[in-house]
Every structure is written in structure tokens, then in C-alpha cells.
Design a protein around this ligand. Structure first.
Ligand code: ZN
Length: 111
């Protein structure tokens, strides 16, 4: 899974910048539209970090809802069945997805 290698590469950069010698936890935000299966991601992560400073760290995945920004009034909202996937402010259907599409590295915890 490409998300894992990207997250691991980013984490390695943060580890270098912060001079960490041991990582206890990696926190990532997993967008609802990223198409990630948590169990699979966890498994890929274990394989990807074997033999690195990240080995043995906990991968914490926080689900992130899809967020959209209305083209007409600029309101940011979570499109779902309750609002019929349109803007709760002006009922417009025209919007841009601005969040929840990716896996984002939030934090690297260690010492
Ligand atoms: Zn609107």
C-alpha cells in the first residue's frame, strides 16, 4: 500500500529532524475516502518498519470524515445522508472535497 510507504518516509524525516532514537507511537488520520482497510494498513506497516527505528511502535489510526467546501457560500461541511450530500447552509450541490481523501501523518511520538 502506497499510503504506508509515504507515511513511513514522512515519519523518518520527522525522526531525523527531532533526533528521535526510539518511537513509541505513530498517529495517522485516515480519511473516509482513502479506501484504507485498517487491518491491512496495520499489517503493511509492520512489514514496512521491520528493522527500522519505527519497529515496535504503535500505529494509531484516527478515522477522518469527508469534508466539503460549498462552491456557492463557502461553508465547510461533512456531506452525508443526513444533509443529502448538499450544503446545510444554502442547499447547493456544488462543492469541493477538501478533507478525508488521504492518509495524513499527524504525529510521531518518541524520545
Ligand atoms: Zn452553501
Amino acid at each position: 500500500m502506497s499510503y504506508v510507504s509515504r507515511v513511513v518516509a514522512l515519519a523518518m524525516e520527522m525522526i531525523q529532524i527531532n533526533h528521535l532514537t526510539k518511537v513509541t507511537e505513530l498517529r495517522v488520520e485516515v480519511g473516509a475516502m482513502a479506501g484504507v482497510i485498517p487491518e491491512l494498513m496495520e499489517k503493511c506497516y509492520r512489514q514496512a518498519v521491520a528493522g527500522t527505528v519505527l519497529e515496535g511502535s504503535i500505529l494509531t489510526m484516527t478515522p477522518k470524515a469527508v469534508t466539503a467546501k460549498c462552491d456557492d457560500c463557502g461553508t465547510t461541511y461533512e456531506p452525508n445522508r443526513n444533509n443529502d450530500y448538499c450544503c446545510p447552509n444554502c442547499k447547493s450541490h456544488r462543492s469541493q472535497i477538501i478533507g478525508g481523501r488521504k492518509v495524513i501523518l499527524e504525529k510521531v511520538l518518541g524520545e
